[in-house]
Design a binder for this molecule. Sequence first.
Ligand code: GCU
Length: 350
Amino acid sequence: MNKARLGIVSLSTIVSASLFLGGCSSANENTDTVDGDVRIVRVAHNQSATHPTNIGLLAFEEYIEENLGDKYDVQIYPNELLGSQVNTVELTQTGAVDFSVASNAILESFDNIYSIFNLPYLFESPEQYHAVMDNSDIIEPIFTSTAKSGFEAVTWLDAGTRSFYTVDKPIETPDDLKGLKIRVQQSATNVRMMQLLGGSAAPMGFGEVYTALQSNVIDGAENNELALTNNLHGEVAKYYSYNMHQMVPDIVIGNLKFLDGLSEEEREIFNEGFAVLSKVERESWNAAVEDAKAKATEMGVQFTYPDIEPFKEKVLPLHEEVLTSNPKLRPIYEAIQEVEYESADSSKGE
Ligand code: GCU
């Protein structure tokens, strides 16, 4: 923690005022300092304080301040304090915020190269997913693709496997989705995925989902298990069906001007900090999922395990559809199939 940390509420008020009143990017740029020379580094995300994302970011904060505490004061804003992910990506573009965590799903509208990781059933297992995300040949060109928009990705975080959860009845087959309004993330690929599955897509920000479920604006949503507990969706949605349609990573993005303004030594330390963030977040993921399942069960959520083949059958045509409309994705798609990884039960490609 930092010597001169301001109270979150008062600072967020100041931040909001300066972020939202400023019009152009130079006006929005974060040049705030505390203690004279110590530069505030703002990091925004939409998860709760106990979520693996926040735990990883606290480790990042500690690492940076241990090594560069005389120059940088990392301040983390969880819980959509600085706005939804779409808002905080925009704030990271302008530099009003230095780093933010965005689901890969919404980055698709900033550069459509990100559509690749929004494809349903792209990965066979978490092991393949992790091996691909750790493969720098595949990831580097994607992470640097948004430079023209003023930001770049610096690392990725595990966000588990997404499945459907609903208020009134479990989803056992795609037919059960007919006539249901299901919240999806704001991404064209996700909307199309829901169409193919037969449900009606309701794109909205994460922070709006609880109220939408509670007021019957939607019949369900789709996410990893942590949404049931960290975001309390399990208070309303009592059926979680493991159809496991997507593994969508979270991406940590940084303002390009800030990153480019770091000296070589500082950048090295920030890079080490990003590695610490990803490692700590990923190491706490599995235990967080187990904990969420236990807590959700206590909340009365029932977990069901439908046959996933009928779901796959409906949505796999989306792969070819997306690759045809966005040909630059095809070599990446092919490279993904080639990545070697150790699977939990057997090994592949060695
Ligand atoms: C997950 C993911 C978030 C995302 C959320 C959502 O929680 O980690 O980054 O915002 O899903 O569905 O919007």
